[in-house]
Design a protein around this ligand. Structure first.
Ligand code: SF4
Length: 78
């Protein structure tokens, strides 16, 4: 389920790969930049790493799942 968009807040961390983070919370861009300056251990894989305070992420890519196709079974004659 996609995360809701909250103005002037960042979900920390927001995985660049789109993977779900087990523990995340909302922070302001100022807190984000301060954490990046201090080498916060979750920043290395985050989509916000290196972005300015006013940066907005593009919409997350939509994952398309192919419906599962069940193999056809031979009809039994009986
Ligand atoms: S760049 Fe770092 S501080 Fe900012 S949201 Fe990502 S993990 Fe959190």
């Amino acid at each position: 389920m996609p995360e809701p968009v909250v103005e002037n807040r960042r979900l920390c961390p927001t995985r660049a790969s789109g993977a779900h983070a087990l523990i995340a919370h909302w922070i302001t861009p100022d807190v984000c930049l301060a954490r990046q300056r201090t080498g916060f251990h979750k920043c290395f894989s985050c989509a916000y790493r290196g972005l300015s305070a006013g940066a907005v992420l593009p919409d997350a890519p939509v994952r398309v799942f192919e419906p599962r196709v069940e193999p056809k079974r031979a009809r039994s004659r009986g």
